[in-house]
Design a protein around this ligand. Sequence first.
Ligand SMILES: CC(C)(COP(=O)(O)OP(=O)(O)OC[C@H]1O[C@@H](n2cnc3c(N)ncnc32)[C@H](O)[C@@H]1OP(=O)(O)O)[C@@H](O)C(=O)NCCC(=O)NCCS
Length: 153
Amino acid sequence: MSALPRSLPRFRPMRAIDLEGVAAIECHIYTHPWTIGNFRDSLDAGYSCWVLESDGALTGYGVLMMGIDEAHLLNLSIARARQREGLGGLLLDFYIGRARDMGARAMFLEVRPSNLAGRSLYRRAGVRELAMRRNYYPAVTGREDAILMGLDL
Ligand SMILES: CC(C)(COP(=O)(O)OP(=O)(O)OC[C@H]1O[C@@H](n2cnc3c(N)ncnc32)[C@H](O)[C@@H]1OP(=O)(O)O)[C@@H](O)C(=O)NCCC(=O)NCCS
């Protein structure tokens, strides 16, 4: 018997009621996860916080901060069990579209050099590696640099 077809992924604004589910995914996929408080602050600050639902379940989320004419992608995450299905690419395309619609002329983000999945995802979407920010992230031992990446919109 063939598997049931998956329903189309759906984007909707993140709400306070989502925060526990978001934080649960976050803890599962990052060595240094954002806290519920970080997400709540992002909502309160009016950042562009969206979730991706697939098959009725919270499957991914992102946080985008808008400046005058540039956007900064602060978080982009897909639940571990649903990675490598194209959802991260969909979520990134969604945010590129949002940043453009909100008037940004460029979008920036940071990624750990050790995050090969993230770097590959961004490169594939045309986001370029621009510079290294030294000792940017906490790491298991000491600190880790960040690669600053950017995309002209
Ligand atoms: C990075 C992340 C968002 C990718 O999401 P995803 O749904 O698995 O990505 P997709 O299935 O859309 O894959 C798109 C591309 O990303 C790259 N990619 C994704 N996972 C990868 C992996 N494990 N190894 C290497 N490349 C990978 C590939 O280029 C892939 O294209 P391909 O499938 O044609 O090879 C996901 O792995 C994640 O949430 N990781 C933890 C959080 C994180 O690191 N976020 C980014 C922080 S800057």
